[in-house]
Design a protein around this ligand. Structure first.
Ligand code: ATP
Ligand code: PRP
Ligand code: MG
Length: 285
């Protein structure tokens, strides 16, 4: 039986959460610390530990079948590679920044300027789209220092919290793209491997839905029950159970993390009491 070969970053910002999500979908990996390849014990999967930047080529060549990789790297090097699933971690932006003291009126201000970056294709595409010609200086790391040492007028790099920009006296002036970790798929995948990938994707979706939701239990006086139920979404509709104390019910529901605090405020206003919030491990719909 063939195994799906999946690439995961060997070390760096994506590694830990990539391994965690594989564990959360029930895949146990025999992991020697310095191994570059490992097999899953309970699933037809082989994990290859590789550099994030090298993964697009391995996917294109079909050396690996799938990968957990930053979306930004696919935009930079991954033409022809499809995204099967967005994974919700390692969120960041690829942005252009300039020294804080320099006035910025719009992208035309970058005409003829020197821009330091590790993402030449991404920024070149953005400049072309906006009809701007600039000189790119490709460097592999510590990009944010370039304006301070006189190497460039602007930079294009990853921004997350913004603290690296802040420490280097830079300000973000253009956001080229937003990125997160994704499950990417090789363009050359056999049907047998596609079937294994479908199973992984199904499990990932149930973990991701769980991560994005909370299970909420609350007590409601029966005369307020309908008002409270109207606020709650639930997977189908909320579960309502009578409490031992007459005139009261227990209401159970699932709330999306995005709407969570708004709904809790609303529930309190409508008379809900003893609200408990629990994490959801997996949600299979
Ligand atoms: N500060 C950050 N916050 C959130 N996500 C980030 C941040 N920096 C990078 N990332 C994301 O994590 C990915 C991996 O970044 P990391 O710095 O670990 O590796 P790299 O230097 O890009 O790759 P390689 O594995 O080739 O050395 C990036 O492609 C991006 O998607
Ligand atoms: O907005 P922030 O939260 O400050 O994050 C942005 C920084 O994080 C990344 O660097 P990293 O720490 O991964 O170092 P690297 O350049 O060696 O990859 C990126 O290249 C930025 O420099
Ligand atoms: Mg980095």
């Amino acid at each position: 039986m063939s195994k799906l070969r999946i690439a995961v970053q060997k070390a760096g910002r994506l590694h830990d959460e990539s391994m965690e999500i594989l564990k959360d979908i029930g895949i146990s990996i025999d992991n020697g610390k310095d191994q570059l390849k490992a097999s899953a014990r309970n699933f037809p999967l082989e994990v290859f530990y590789l550099r994030n930047g090298d993964i697009p080529q391995y996917l294109k060549d079909g050396v690996v079948d799938a990968a957990i990789i930053g979306e930004n790297i696919l935009v930079e090097k991954g033409n022809g590679i499809t995204i099967a699933e967005k994974l919700g971690f390692s969120t960041c932006k690829v942005s252009i920044a300039i020294p804080k003291s320099v006035k910025y009126t719009g992208i035309q201000d970058l005409e003829g300027k020197r821009i330091a970056t590790s993402y030449p294709n991404t920024i070149q595409g953005y400049l072309d789209k906006n009809g701007i010609k600039a000189n790119l200086h490709i460097i592999n790391g510590s990009v944010e220092i370039a304006p301070n040492i006189g190497l460039a007028d602007a930079i294009c790099d990853i921004v997350s919290s913004g603290s690296t920009l802040f420490k280097n006296n830079l300000k973000e002036v253009e956001v080229i793209m937003k990125s997160e970790a994704v499950l990417a798929v090789s363009p050359v995948l056999s049907q047998e491997k596609q079937d294994i990938l479908d199973k992984i994707q199904f499990r990932l979706q149930s973990v991701l839905k769980g991560r994005n939701s909370k299970y909420v239990l609350l007590n409601a006086p029966n005369d307020k029950l309908q008002d409270i139920i109207n606020v709650l979404p639930g997977m189908k509709s909320p579960t309502v159970l009578p409490l031992a104390q007459e005139g009261w019910s227990s209401v159970h529901s699932v709330i999306s993390k995005n709407q969570f605090w708004d709904i809790i405020d609303e529930l309190k206003k409508k008379g809900a009491q003893g609200i408990l919030v629990c994490p959801i491990e997996k949600m299979v719909i």
